[in-house]
Design a protein around this ligand. Structure first.
Ligand SMILES: Cc1cc2nc3c(=O)[nH]c(=O)nc-3n(C[C@H](O)[C@H](O)[C@H](O)COP(=O)(O)OP(=O)(O)OC[C@H]3O[C@@H](n4cnc5c(N)ncnc54)[C@H](O)[C@@H]3O)c2cc1C
Length: 495
């Protein structure tokens, strides 16, 4: 109680001093070093800034600011608070529901300036600012040492801040865990503009929440310390089959991939455009990888000619590997960004993270019936978990989806015009598909594929109540709140 009163007093002092400037705009413009800031009256500049990359989202922040230092972040939070706006952090801007671009908010965007990485090659660690995009991160690691890797996702433009807040899985996660499993410490700016650091030994509950407990909910992360790995041997492959091979290929893969494949092998199976595509990353030699495939029970007889057979890659080459770099010889193809200029079409996405462990032949047939008639602008992407996911407890960090039974499916449909009516065929399709797929699922979802249609509890499972406690302690007034996060009722009043 005493602590709360002190906090409120501090808040009143802080608010008063920042209100001595005439208005919100003047307050932001007074920030030391004058970071770039844009307001609704700025026309195209504001239009490009307001939504990050999810450009079909109708959200209109009061301003977007691009701080270059932690002190500027602190001042921006204080200005927002003094004039009644919620500060909203944005790193890569990839939130599927536009949660880094809320209305009536000051969006604090890290992607342009707070995006640096400092590597300690001997210790296999790095300090990272949250605005670094994954492509830039992987490239910077390879420049520091050719074998250095961080275990995180496949999309080069995803930002580290939102990714770690969700969990963050990628093509070496069955061996090394999620991005969130490999955070050694973090620093936040809290709702009062104060700096708080956390690790396993300092503010451990906050540290728990920042690793998969949802973005924009406890404070603004301004720095992470990352745990890295040196991975000298990488073997990659990409197998294609026509969708008509589904009943031969998919049940064998499903029954083997999560419970039985060695953890050195991470796989992503995508169904789109009439093909089954199996992307594999094996952290070992090509010959060992081939032995694993031979023993898998999957039929490699009727492969499509687009298939790329197992090949050795460097750490960075494993990220450029694919149809345009089948020999991983062009690591410069890993995309890096200064400012995102191209627009990205909106996707309506859903996720199912936990399928029942074993499915019957009839259930696989139901999958096939769903997939073979999917529209051409839709895709289904399965990730086999198991491996590392089975070695840690579901309560070790806030991300809870662990154990052998889990195979994640992310499916989405892309469309390029704003939707308003519920009769939109893409929306109708995804609703029908969701109803059918839910029959196979335990109802857990991944926060990285955030979706207003599912309750926040389904992202965090047994960790939800602990996250509410952390929220009470570190954001008691609900300054960092959105529809899909851990929220408090009632909120502690501001004064
Ligand atoms: C094309 C695409 C590919 C993807 N691929 C993968 C993948 O391979 N693996 C995977 O696991 N996920 C993947 N995702 C999901 C992705 O990890 C999440 O959408 C993630 O939240 C995006 O982070 P961001 O920083 O880019 O997004 P943002 O929109 O900037 O942030 C997302 C949320 O986190 C909050 N946030 C952002 N920065 C901070 C910060 N510094 N401090 C506190 N909160 C913050 C935001 O306020 C928002 O609530 C993909 C998404 C897309 C669109």
């Amino acid at each position: 109680m005493l602590l709360t009163l002190i906090t409120i007093n501090l808040l009143v002092t802080l608010t008063t001093s920042f209100q001595s400037v005439p208005d919100f705009e003047a307050c932001l413009k007074n920030i030391v070093n004058s970071p770039d800031v844009t307001f609704p009256r700025d026309g195209l500049k504001y239009e490009l800034a307001r939504t990050g990359v999810r450009n079909l989202i109708s959200s209109f922040p009061a301003a977007v600011i691009y701080p270059g230092t932690v002190s500027e972040v602190q001042q921006a939070v204080k200005c927002a608070r003094a004039f009644g706006y919620n500060p909203v952090p944005r790193s890569g801007g990839h939130s599927f529901e536009g949660l880094s671009s809320l209305g009536n908010a000051l969006v604090i965007d890290f992607s342009e300036k707070l995006n640096k990485l400092t590597v300690n090659v001997q210790a296999n660690t790095a300090t990272a600012e949250p605005g670094i995009r994954l492509g830039n991160l992987y490239t910077a690691l390879a420049q520091a040492h050719p074998d250095l890797m961080f275990s995180a996702g496949t999309c080069p433009s995803v930002g580290l801040g939102g990714h770690v807040s969700a969990g963050g899985y990628g093509m070496i996660s069955r061996k090394y865990g999620l991005a969130a499993d490999n955070i050694l410490s973090a620093t936040i700016v809290n709702y009062n503009g104060e700096i708080i650091s956390c690790s396993a030994s300092k503010n451990p509950d906050l540290f728990f929440a920042l690793r998969g407990g949802g973005g924009g909910s406890y404070g603004i992360v301004v720095q992470y310390e990352l745990n890295l790995f040196k991975v000298p041997l990488n073997a990659m492959a990409k197998f294609y089959w026509k969708i008509t091979e589904f009943m031969t290929v998919f049940p064998a893969w499903y029954n083997w991939a999560t419970p039985s494949a060695p953890k050195e092998l991470t796989m992503q199976l995508t169904i789109a455009d009439g093909y089954i595509k199996l992307l594999c990353h094996y952290t070992g030699s090509v010959s060992d990888f081939q032995k694993v495939l031979d023993a898998s029970g999957i039929s490699f007889q009727k492969l499509d000619k687009k298939t790329i057979k197992p090949i050795a890659c460097s750490a960075l080459g494993s990220h450029s590997f694919g149809d345009s770099d089948p020999k991983c010889s062009k690591p410069e193809l890993v995309k890096t960004y200064t400012r995102l200029t191209s627009s990205v079409t909106k996707e309506t996405s859903r996720s199912v993270i936990e399928f029942y462990e074993s499915l019957t032949e009839a259930q696989f047939k139901t999958f096939y019936d769903i997939f073979r008639v999917a529209p051409s602008n839709a895709f289904f992407q399965f990730e086999a978990f198991g491996g590392y996911f089975n070695e840690v407890s579901e309560t070790s960090i806030a991300y809870p989806h662990r154990g052998n039974k889990i195979t994640s499916l992310h499916y989405a449909i892309k469309f390029s015009t704003p939707y308003v009516q519920s009769t939109n065929p893409d929306l109708v399709w995804i609703e029908q598909t969701t109803r059918k797929l839910n029959a196979f699922s335990t109802g857990a979802h991944y926060e990285g594929y955030v979706d207003f249609n599912v309750p926040a509890e389904s992202y965090f499972g047994p960790n939800y109540n602990k996250l509410v406690t952390v929220k009470k302690q570190f954001d008691p007034h609900g300054i960092f709140s959105h529809a899909s996060g851990v929220n408090l009722t009632p909120l502690l009043p501001l004064n």
